[in-house]
Design a protein around this ligand. Structure first.
Ligand code: UD1
Length: 430
């Protein structure tokens, strides 16, 4: 199994290209099941989760081809992928496939809308909380679906004439349930109004793509999304938006290690709250034509309190990385997690590097230390794993991160991107 070896102490200088967003690419790929025409997605990141979803879509009958490599500095970072689901050959998403990645559960929306039925295994994914699917079930039932849970599977059936537009207010903000309800409602009879919808940029990106396919969606990016059902959707060509989590992660890496880096092909507006927190921690951030420049020269890291929240709040997917940064601050910071109940597994691994963190309920108190020391650590989930890399960049000596497959689910060529900027990071295959 691969491990990542980091020797801390180097500043970062250079350019880091930001990939297309994993969390946008996944729902966009799933949306291809809504049409028998070809959906072409540009800027698709090359990640384990994307490959896994390609297998899942193939199981439903999608024909998938990859081309149009965009060369950058001799390497290709982005791919153009064509998805054509002429016929849906199976409306079942089996446990073996769905258990590996929670987002694959989302195929339930398009399958139900297009074929009138879906049998989808209850999901797996990162072990960061119980992550139930009650909102999906309640929402699809509001559109007229009959839903039963049996033997670990959700069996959903649409009424004879198809799903029926309805008004549904989410009792809690959910990115995935908003994606699924929005996709399902595109082919429903009549108009659907979703209240308390997620406002994440990835929801907006999906709505934009669905509209390019002929859907009639408005209000995306606000908490009320309206979807007028249409009879069918066509193909389209869509470019996946930049990964705001990858952007924030590298911005925090520079804030941690010091240096001067341009994050290319990304947009500050996707992560204002996180960038503001990094600024308050002592880094200078400015916008360039095509991205963001981040500089920390000499100044120490200041303590900053954060609370995770749905967009436009501080993203839960950057919480672990920010905690990594705060381990070296000059004082005490408080980090409160409000989205997932078990998303502090990185705390004990950061402690192995010398961090001083105590937990009280959903809040971590981080007492900054003047030095971290490299140690063997274990990645526990996707975002937690990269917080260990960030801490390792500032730790003395060698940090060896095991269970790197978590990282490979969501970060494209991480070691290469950091090495190009002067970090000492390498992948070690046993
Ligand atoms: C998505 C992101 C993930 C991010 C999360 C929150 C993808 C592929 N994943 O996950 O990286 O951390 O948004 O920004 O885009 N919930 C319920 N019932 C449900 C559904 C969700 O109680 O039926 C709860 C969850 O347990 C969690 C909260 O709602 O506490 C938010 O989860 P949700 O927004 O649905 O996360 P995902 O869409 O799974």
């Amino acid at each position: 199994m691969d491990r990542i070896r980091i020797v801390g102490g180097n500043e970062l200088h250079g350019v880091i290209p930001i990939s297309g967003a994993k969390n946008a690419a996944l729902p966009l790929m799933i949306a291809s099941l809504l049409t028998d025409d070809t959906l072409t997605l540009e800027n698709v990141p090359h990640l384990a989760d994307v490959e896994q979803l390609i297998r899942i879509l193939g199981n439903h009958g999608a024909d998938i081809s990859v081309n149009g490599r965009r060369e950058r500095q001799g390497e290709s970072y982005a791919r153009t992928v064509h998805f054509t689901s002429r016929n849906i050959v199976s409306t079942t998403a089996p446990y073996e496939l769905v258990s590996k990645m929670r987002a694959s559960f989302w195929v339930i929306g398009p399958l139900l809308a297009r074929e009138g039925k879906a049998r989808v295994s209850l999901p797996g994914g990162c072990a960061i909380g119980t992550r139930p699917v009650d909102l999906f079930i309640e929402g699809l039932a509001a559109l007229g679906a009959n839903i039963e849970i049996d033997g670990g599977y959700v069996n959903a059936t649409a009424p004879a004439g198809g799903l029926i537009g309805a008004r549904y207010v989410f009792p809690k903000v959910s990115v995935g349930a908003t994606h699924v309800l929005m996709m399902a409602a595109t082919l429903a009879n009549g108009t659907t109004v979703l209240g308390n919808a997620a406002r994440e940029p990835e929801v907006v990106d999906l709505a934009k793509c669905l509209n390019a396919m002929g859907a009639k969606i408005s209000g995306q990016g606000t908490s009320t999304v309206t979807i007028e059902g249409v009879r069918s959707l066509s193909g389209a060509r869509h470019r996946v938006l930049p990964d705001r989590i990858e952007t924030g992660t590298y911005a925090m890496a520079v804030a941690m290690a010091g240096g001067d880096v341009i994050l290319e092909d990304t947009e500050a507006s996707l992560l204002n709250t996180a960038l503001e927190a990094i600024r308050r921690a002592g880094a200078e951030i400015s916008e360039t034509n095509n991205g963001i420049r981040i500089v920390r020269n000499g100044a120490g890291i200041k303590p900053v309190d954060i609370v995770t929240d749905p967009f436009p709040g501080f993203p839960t997917d950057l919480q672990a990385q920010f905690m990594g940064l705060m381990t070296r601050s000059s004082g005490i910071s408080h980090i409160t997690e409000t989205i997932f109940e078990n998303r502090f597994m990185h705390v004990q691994e950061l402690a192995r590097l010398g961090a001083k963190i105590s937990l009280s309920g959903q809040t971590a108190k981080v007492e900054g230390v003047s030095r971290l020391k490299g140690a063997p650590v274990m990645a526990t989930d996707l975002r937690a794993s990269v917080s260990l890399v960030i801490a390792g960049l500032a730790a003395e000596g060698e940090t060896m991160v095991s269970r790197v497959y978590h990282l490979d689910r969501g970060f494209e060529r991480l070691e290469e991107k950091l090495t190009r900027c002067g970090a000492h990071v390498e992948r070690v295959s046993d």
